[in-house]
Design a protein around this ligand. Structure first.
Ligand SMILES: Nc1nc2c(ncn2[C@@H]2O[C@H](COP(=O)(O)OP(=O)(O)OP(=O)(O)O)[C@@H](O)[C@H]2O)c(=O)[nH]1
Ligand SMILES: [Mg+2]
Length: 363
């Protein structure tokens, strides 16, 4: 049987199966088999149909991508937030390639990428959707852009990203699997598992061709999360929902949209320039970056051009950001700001600075 047929057969079997305590194990294994086959199919067909990947020069301190259906106003948003001039028109598929722009925010250069609109089935290749969606794999933040009259499109966007292996607003599951040559599978858990039995966990791992090794599970995972770990190529990206064209509706309508989206969102009008400051603010907040002001031992701090790093970075990361070689000679640091008890406190390179700290690296 060829791959697509095998996939269809398993998918059918899953549809027929009733989900209950008795069948959970069986269904977990089917899901794993299905995911594995899909991956094989993808590997054998990638390159076909999807066309070449978009060429994007990595620029700035972070990359934000605009994902949405055609004509929701992605290009208008890019043009408003940045100096870019992406083509805007009232017909679908106006944008045909990636258009970059730079948003300068709190001393950081944020690269924003405008993309062609996607349609249902994009992740399976419709409308060259895979090319578009794959840009989101390398993003630091995905903006999900909705038209105010179609808030329900949020479902479609989430589904297509999910199918491309992009996990929106999720953390990588806290699971470690190490292979060995013999001894079977040993499972260690540090929490109570309510969604999977040890037998199902081992069964799913075996479906991925691993029959010896250690599985360490530190959270109450689902079968899909375990499959994500085994697949190994998932991307975990935060998102922000943007409801555009709110100039066309009243407050009452917004309340209805809120019910559909069912989550936090930023209402904007790109055309009328409404709420774009708020959008920029939310982008900054969601990126969760810190600004580090460097100060030479004998000089003043540079408050013009901070180093931009993800929150939680250590001073060693700060050194690496300066240059990969810089970290080799670095020994310790003096820090002023909210992460220390007093001004100019001496700390090790393992110290984690916070936003707006002033740092002097000693070599
Ligand atoms: N009323 C109103 N119209 C808007 C707004 N933003 C964009 N538009 C209009 O919506 C249409 C589509 O805008 P684009 O920015 O080209 O949309 P897009 O999402 O980039 O579309 P594609 O490139 O085809 O995917 C244009 O006619 C815009 O003028 C808005 O905030 N309010
Ligand atoms: Mg466009």
């Amino acid at each position: 049987m060829v791959l697509p047929e095998k996939i269809k057969q398993i998918a059918e079997e899953m549809k027929m199966a009733k989900i209950n305590k008795k069948t959970e194990h069986h269904i977990g294994l089917l899901k794993a088999k299905l995911a594995k086959l899909r991956e094989e199919l993808e590997a054998s067909t990638s390159g076909k149909g999807g066309g070449q990947a978009f060429e994007i020069r990595k620029g700035g301190d972070a990359t934000v991508v605009l994902i949405g259906l055609p004509s929701v106003g992605k290009s208008t948003i890019l043009n408003r937030l940045t100096n870019a001039k992406s083509k805007v028109a009232a017909y679908a598929f106006t944008t045909l390639t990636v258009v970059p722009g730079i948003l300068r925010l709190n001393g950081a250069d944020i690269q924003i990428l405008d993309l062609p609109g996607i349609i249902s089935g994009a992740a399976s290749g419709r409308g060259r959707g895979r090319r578009v969606l794959s840009v989101a794999r390398n993003a630091d933040l995905v903006l999900l852009i909705l038209d105010v009259f179609q808030p329900g499109q949020i479902q479609l966007l989430r589904r297509e990203l999910h199918e491309m292996g992009i996990r929106i607003d999720q953390k990588p599951p806290d699971v470690v699997i190490t292979k060995s040559n013999r001894g079977g599978l040993a499972l260690t858990t540090s929490v109570k598992l309510t969604k999977l039995t040890p037998a199902t966990i081992k069964g799913i791992v075996e479906a991925y061709g691993i029959s010896n090794g250690a599985i360490i599970v530190r959270e109450d995972i689902t079968d899909e999360q375990l499959i994500d770990v085994l697949t190994g190529n998932r991307r975990y990206v935060p998102s922000l929902v943007v409801l555009n064209k709110v100039d066309l509706v009243n407050q009452q309508y917004l309340a209805v949209a809120k019910r559909t989206i069912g989550t936090d969102f930023v209402p904007v009008s790109a055309e009328k320039g409404l709420n774009l400051d708020l959008l920029a603010e939310r982008i900054w907040e969601t990126l969760d970056f810190i600004r580090i002001y460097l100060k030479r031992p004998d000089g003043d701090a540079d408050f013009e051009k901070p180093l931009i790093l993800p929150a939680g970075s250590t001073l060693r990361d700060v050194c690496k950001k300066i240059s990969p070689r810089y970290v080799e000679g670095a020994k310790y640091a003096f820090v002023s700001g909210a992460s220390v008890k007093f001004e100019g406190q001496r700390v090790s390179l393992d110290h984690r600075p916070v936003d707006k700290d002033v740092v002097t690296i000693m070599r």
